[in-house]
Design a protein around this ligand. Structure first.
Ligand code: ATP
Length: 423
């Protein structure tokens, strides 16, 4: 087992990995004002996106997941500049596009396209699909070689539709076919980045796979870069190279798919993953543990202090209530914002467990999950201690102290949890 190197910085050039960065987002915020009364005075704000950093590399698919209301769609609309950010920056191909006006954005609109969730409401029912798919050419004043009609028909066949259906209306198509029309429209101007907001969640499960496969094939053929937004991991797990997990306007974990699946570090990621059934024949008969999160996502108008997930986390301690954990690259290619990460050394081992919160959350978390969580943290800490002992004497002391302290800290937590469960 290799010991993950701890990094002290947040988003660095290195953490962007090998690929060339197409889109870089730093400290991005969107606060929707809440206005009341006759004078429409601002009384508060919905902090839909509240300071997020990530980058999208050329040719990759970044999946963005999180429960309803965590700010995924707002993030998608911010990076496509359909919404004006409250703070932070968006850079596309190294150019700051955060505050470009409509005119300055026009050429950029060709490069960044969006596919919407609902194929029923996103297509104008009074227009033929020829007009719908051909609209981007008109808007951008582009005359494709061979004419608009020919190009639209080519696009229709690219997405698996009959080009002869050029003159039909959206209602004559099924949900899956309508989503293909939406995809054809998004591809019309040969974009570099496609942001797909829940592209398949309105479709039947059998059709979902077809549309996902189509997106996959198109990426390969056309060298597209995707940001795919979904509320659970079942869709993005198949198509994403890296996955960002959002909770209440923040990114809590960002990692490559493999790391996220084999060793998720944020308890929220672990909970999200436990909700996705894994069709693995090797695991047949193995009891899978589901982590049920209590209650809804808290309100983004007044998010919880410190770590926003602490009110639902079975590992929450005092520091989680008071101090917001930064998004740190704790393992190469895996960033997490947590004081008590899974599958890694506890960052605050001596901290006092928030009994009430942990107990409440633990009632919904299986004993096995808690035991496994305690075991992995202890195992990582123990190996860390061994390695540091071998490397350097003074460091060794610190590490074994930390490991011992973690054991101390784990013990009462597990007891509380068992108590809670027995109630
Ligand atoms: N135009 C708006 N004005 C005020 N609040 C908004 C607006 N758009 C979104 N919100 C709020 O911002 C928060 C984040 O919404 P958003 O749609 O981005 O979340 P989401 O994760 O995409 O959820 P869903 O999966 O349900 O679409 C929600 O609380 C939502 O009510």
């Amino acid at each position: 087992m290799s010991i993950p190197k701890q990094a002290g910085s947040t988003l660095t050039e290195d953490s962007a990995g090998d690929g060339e960065v197409l889109l870089r987002v730093s400290g991005l915020k969107k606060h929707f004002p809440i206005r009341k009364g006759l004078l429409q005075r601002q009384t508060g704000a919905v902090r839909a996106v509240d300071g997020i950093d990530f980058e999208v590399r050329k040719g990759e698919t970044l999946g963005v997941v999180g429960e309803s209301g965590c700010g995924k769609s707002t993030m998608g609309r911010l990076i496509t500049r359909l919404l004006e950010p409250t703070g932070g920056t968006v850079e596309f191909e190294g150019r700051d596009i955060t505050h470009l006006g409509v005119g300055q954005m026009r050429p950029m609109r060709r490069d960044v396209q969006m596919i919407f969730q609902d194929p029923y409401s996103s297509l104008n029912p009074r227009h033929t699909i020829g007009t719908i798919v051909g609209a981007p050419f008109k808007l951008q004043g582009v005359q494709p070689e061979g004419g608009v009609k020919k190009e639209v028909q080519r696009l229709l066949s690219v997405v698996g539709l009959n080009p002869e259906h050029y003159n039909r209306y959206p209602h004559e198509f099924s949900g899956g076919q309508r989503q293909r029309i939406g995809i054809a429209r998004a591809l019309a101007l040969n974009p570099k980045l496609v942001v797909a907001d829940e592209p398949v969640s309105a479709l039947d499960v059998s059709i979902q796979a077809q549309v996902v496969n189509l997106l996959d094939d198109l990426q390969e053929e056309l060298g597209l870069t995707y940001v795919i937004i979904a509320h659970d991991l079942s869709v993005v797990r198949h198509v994403s190279d890296r996955i960002a997990v959002m909770y209440l306007g923040k990114i809590v974990e960002l990692a490559d798919r493999e790391s996220l699946y084999t060793a998720p570090m944020h308890p929220y990621t672990k909970a999200l993953m436990s909700a996705v059934p894994i069709p693995d024949p090797k695991r047949r008969g193995v009891k899978s543990e589901r982590i049920l999160l209590r209650g809804d996502v808290p309100s983004p108008i007044a998010p919880p202090s410190g770590c926003r997930f602490h009110t639902r986390c079975w590992k929450a301690t005092e520091v989680c209530r008071t101090t917001e954990p930064p998004l740190l690259e704790l393992k190469p290619g895996q960033r997490v914002a947590c004081h008590h990460p899974e599958n890694f050394q506890d960052q605050q081992p001596q901290d006092t467990v928030l009994l009430s919160v942990a107990k409440e959350a633990a009632e919904l978390v299986a004993d096995e999950v808690l035991a496994e969580s305690a075991e992995t943290s202890a195992a990582v800490a123990a190996v860390a201690a061994e390695v540091s002992e071998a490397a350097e004497a003074p460091v060794a002391e610190d590490a074994s102290e930390a490991a011992a302290a973690e054991d101390d800290a784990e013990a009462p937590a597990s007891e509380d949890v068992t108590d809670g469960d027995n109630k």
